[in-house]
Write a protein of this length. Sequence first.
Length: 52
Amino acid sequence: MSATSIPADINRKHLEMARQQIAKGDLQKAAQTLNKAHRQVPVTHASSCWAD
């Protein structure tokens, strides 16, 4: 792994927290949590995530 690579679980705590908040029905809090995760590692090429 190079020094510039990003660990795969950098947002794991945010994603797990959001999952719990969604399960409790607290969608506004979950959205805020997911926004925090996105600010840490924004998706710049979302279309590249989907293979043809």
